[in-house]
Write a protein that binds this ligand. Structure first.
Ligand code: NAD
Ligand code: DAU
Length: 352
C-alpha cells in the first residue's frame, strides 16, 4: 500500500491526478491537503468523495504543525506537491502570497518529509532514508523563462523565470534540489508545459475563452496573440507524474510535454470554430507585462529513459475538452456565482 500526501488536490491538475490514481490503483491511500483558495473546488472531486481510499483535509501547506500531524497520522511514503498559487496574472498584482505559498509552503513539506523519513535525524551527516519514499515537486516549464523562435527547454536549460509566479516556482525547485544535495532527501522534480482538460479554473486561457464565447462575451487576447504555448492534456501530465514516482531516479528533473506548440490565436480561433461563434468576439487587449513569448518542451529524457508518451493527440484532447465544458455548464456557473464555496459548507458543515 502506498500512503500518498497530495497537496492542492482540489485544484485543476491535483483533482485530475486523484481521479486518475483511484481509477488505476487499488492498494492506495490518498490524503488531499488543500486550503481551498479561490482555485480549490471540491466539486472537482464529487465522484470520489465517498471512496475509502481517499480523504480530504482542509488546511494550509504553510502550517507546520498540521503537516507534521498528518505525517504522523498517515505515515506517508510519498508526497506529490501540487498546491500553489498558479496564475501568472495574479502574481503580477499580488506577488507576496506566491512567495509564502509556493516557496515557504514547499519548505514546510520538505522539512516534514525529512523529519519523518530520515533514519538518523540527529546526525546531520547521515543521508539514509526509509526505503521507497519519494517527494515529488510538480513544477513548470515557466522556470526556464522564454524562448525565441527556435529551440526547446531541456532539463539543463538555465533557470531564468520572468514573472513573480515563475520566480516563486524556480525558488521552490532550488529548495527541493538543495534538500537532495545537502540532506540526501529522495526527491523528483517534474516540469510540465501548459495543461488543458476538465476542471481548469476559468481564469486560464482555454476555459476562459470557452466560457466567454458561450456567453457571447469578448475574448481578451493579450498583445498580438502570437505567443506560443506547448499544450498537454492533463491526464497525460498525471500519467507522467505517476511514471516518475514509479521509475524516476531520485534527484532528477524530468520535463513533460507533448510537442503541441500553438499560438494563442490558433487556440482562440479553434474554440470559436468548435462552438460556432464568430471571430468578431476576439478583443485584442493590452499585453501581460513581461509576457513570455514562447515555451517548448524537449521531452527526450522522460520518453527515452522512462518510456512515457502522451496518449492524447491535441485534436482529440481539445475536442473532448471543449465538449466537457459544454456538458458541464453548471460547474462553470457555480464558479461564476460562488456556489462552489457553498458546496464545501454543505459537505463539511463549516464555511471555507
Ligand atoms: P490550481 O490553481 O488549479 O490549483 C491549486 C490548488 O492549490 C488549489 O486547489 C488551491 O486551493 C491549493 N492551494 C493554494 N494554496 C494553498 C496552500 N497554501 N495550502 C494548501 N493548498 C493550497 O493549479 P493547477 O493548475 O492545478 O496547478 C497545480 C500545480 O501544477 C502547480 O504547482 C502549478 O505550478 C503546476 N503546473 C501547472 C500547469 C498548468 O498548466 N496548469 C503546468 C505545469 C505545472
Ligand atoms: O507553462 C505552464 C504554465 O501554464 C503553468 O505553470 C501555469 O500555472 C499556468 O497558469 C500556465 O501559465 P500561462 O501564463 O501560460 O497560462 P494562461 O492560461 O494564463 O495563459 C496562456 C496564454 O494565453 C498566455 O500567453 C497568456 C494568454 N492569455 C491568457 C489569458 C488568461 C490571453 O491572451 N488572454 C487571457 O485572457
Amino acid at each position: 500500500m502506498k500512503n500518498i500526501l497530495v497537496t492542492g488536490g482540489a485544484g485543476f491538475i491535483g483533482s485530475n491526478f486523484i481521479q486518475y490514481i483511484l481509477d488505476k490503483e487499488d492498494d492506495i491511500l490518498l490524503i488531499n491537503l488543500d486550503l481551498l483558495t479561490y482555485a480549490g473546488n471540491l466539486e472537482n472531486l464529487r465522484d470520489c468523495e465517498n471512496d475509502k481510499r481517499y480523504h480530504f483535509v482542509k488546511g494550509d501547506i504553510r502550517d507546520r504543525a498540521l503537516v507534521g500531524k498528518l505525517f504522523a497520522q498517515y505515515d506517508f511514503d510519498t508526497v506529490v506537491h501540487f498546491a500553489a498559487e498558479s496564475h501568472v496574472d495574479r502574481s503580477i498584482t499580488e506577488p507576496e502570497v506566491f512567495l509564502t505559498t509556493n516557496v515557504l509552503g514547499t519548505q514546510v513539506l520538505l522539512d516534514a518529509a525529512k523529519a519523518h523519513w530520515k533514519l538518523d535525524l540527529d546526525n546531520k551527516y547521515a543521508r539514509d532514508y526509509r526505503a521507497g519514499v519519494r517527494y515529488l515537486q510538480v513544477s513548470t516549464d515557466e522556470v526556464y523563462g522564454a524562448l525565441g523562435k527556435t529551440g526547446m527547454f531541456t532539463e539543463t536549460t538555465p533557470l531564468a523565470p520572468n514573472s513573480p509566479y515563475s520566480a516563486s516556482k524556480a525558488s521552490a525547485d532550488l529548495m527541493v534540489r538543495a534538500y537532495h544535495q545537502t540532506f540526501g532527501l529522495p526527491v523528483s522534480i517534474t516540469r510540465c508545459s501548459n495543461n488543458y482538460g476538465p476542471y481548469q479554473f476559468p481564469e486560464k486561457l482555454i476555459p476562459l475563452m470557452i466560457h466567454n464565447a458561450e456567453k457571447d462575451k469578448p475574448l481578451p487576447v493579450y498583445g498580438d496573440g502570437m505567443q506560443i504555448r506547448d499544450w498537454l492534456h492533463v491526464k497525460d501530465h498525471c500519467a507522467a507524474i505517476w511514471m516518475v514516482l514509479q521509475a524516476g531516479k531520485a534527484g532528477e528533473v524530468y520535463n513533460i510535454g507533448g510537442n503541441n506548440e500553438k499560438t494563442n490565436l490558433e487556440i482562440v480561433r479553434l474554440i470559436l470554430a468548435e462552438l460556432g461563434k464568430p471571430e468578431s468576439l476576439i478583443s485584442y487587449v493590452q499585453d501581460r507585462p513581461g509576457h513570455d513569448r514562447r515555451y517548448a518542451i524537449d521531452n527526450t529524457k522522460i520518453t527515452t529513459e522512462l518510456g512515457w508518451k502522451p496518449a492524447y493527440t491535441f485534436e482529440q484532447g481539445i475536442h473532448e475538452t471543449i465538449a466537457w465544458y459544454q456538458q458541464h455548464r453548471s460547474w462553470l456557473e457555480h464558479i461564476d456565482s460562488g456556489a462552489y464555496e457553498a458546496y464545501y459548507e454543505r459537505m463539511y458543515g463549516v464555511a471555507t
